[in-house]
Design a protein around this ligand. Structure first.
Ligand SMILES: *[C@@H]1O[C@H](CO)[C@@H](O)[C@H](O)[C@H]1NC(C)=O
Ligand SMILES: *[C@@H]1O[C@H](CO)[C@@H](O)[C@H](O)[C@H]1NC(C)=O
Ligand SMILES: *[C@@H]1O[C@H](CO)[C@@H](O)[C@H](O)[C@H]1NC(C)=O
Ligand SMILES: CC(=O)N[C@H]1CO[C@H](CO)[C@@H](O)[C@@H]1O
Length: 213
């Protein structure tokens, strides 16, 4: 009985939190479902904490960031457009996340894990199962990341440069440290815009960190 009451209260709190988030979600989500986070600033660097959430993901091994984004996106777009075991629609969300596990050397393939955030309606029960063996559902988080954002079109050159600068900044910051426990030396790119959006584009690079101060 008590357990049911506690669960009930938890569900109400979760629902209220989601309600509050849908009002307070950042502008760059443009009213589309996106993951919740809390954030603070350490040594001038934004640090976000993401609670565990469901994502649909696919791995691409390649030397090219651009190739991986395109290959991954088209698999995941296939998943939300019909290659799933549900009868209903799976809405598009933001961001499209790209976890980059750098290859062992300059001419070695990197592993890119491209992910779509599962719509909020599926965050309790998990999203529909993919029918493609290349697509899988996973939980990402709890995850604490240092974040750097930038505008314009996110070419491979810009993204790699932004990630390198953020890693340098984090390395020099006394209050935070790169956290290689969860994802090794991987970093993330988060893209929030379709290609046809010309103004107010917003992209981010994330580096997993622990806060030491
Ligand atoms: C927290 O995130 C919001 C949305 O991106 C941003 O406007 C705000 O500046 C961030 N706060 C800190 C301390 O980085
Ligand atoms: C996807 O890649 C990650 C990172 O290399 C790896 O840990 C995971 O096992 C891979 N998953 C699948 C289904 O291939
Ligand atoms: C390296 O990436 C290319 C695509 O860019 C792919 O065709 C090839 O199979 C990958 N090699 C390995 C060893 O995964
Ligand atoms: C096989 C199947 O039921 N696929 C569903 C997957 O998602 C689309 C739209 O998001 C649905 O319309 C399909 O019915």
């Amino acid at each position: 009985m008590a357990r049911v009451a506690i669960l009930g209260r938890f569900l109400v709190i979760a629902a209220l939190f989601r309600e509050a988030w849908s009002v307070a979600a950042p502008w760059f989500c443009h009213g589309i479902d996106c993951p919740t986070f809390t954030n603070t600033s350490y040594d001038g660097i934004e640090v976000r904490s993401y609670p565990a959430a469901y994502w649909a993901s696919t791995n691409v091994s390649s030397i090219s960031f651009d190739y991986a984004v395109n290959a991954g996106f088209s698999r995941l777009f296939g998943y939300i457009s019909g290659e799933n075991d549900s009868g209903g629609a799976i809405d598009m969300t933001v961001p499209v996340l790209n976890r980059v596990e750098p290859g062992a050397g300059p001419n070695c393939n990197s592993t890119f894990t491209i992910s779509f955030f599962a719509p909020v309606a599926f965050q309790d029960v998990g999203p529909p199962n993919p029918t493609s063996p290349l697509v899988f559902v996973e939980t990402i988080g709890p995850l604490t990341v240092a974040v750097s954002d930038f505008g314009g079109f996110a070419s491979q050159e810009v993204v790699l440069a932004e990630a390198a600068v953020l890693e340098e900044k984090v390395s020099a910051a006394p209050s935070i440290q790169i956290d290689d426990a969860g994802y090794g030396n991987a970093w993330f790119f988060a893209g929030y815009d379709p290609p046809f959006r010309v103004a107010n584009r917003h992209s981010e690079v994330w580096v997993p960190v622990t806060v030491t101060a």
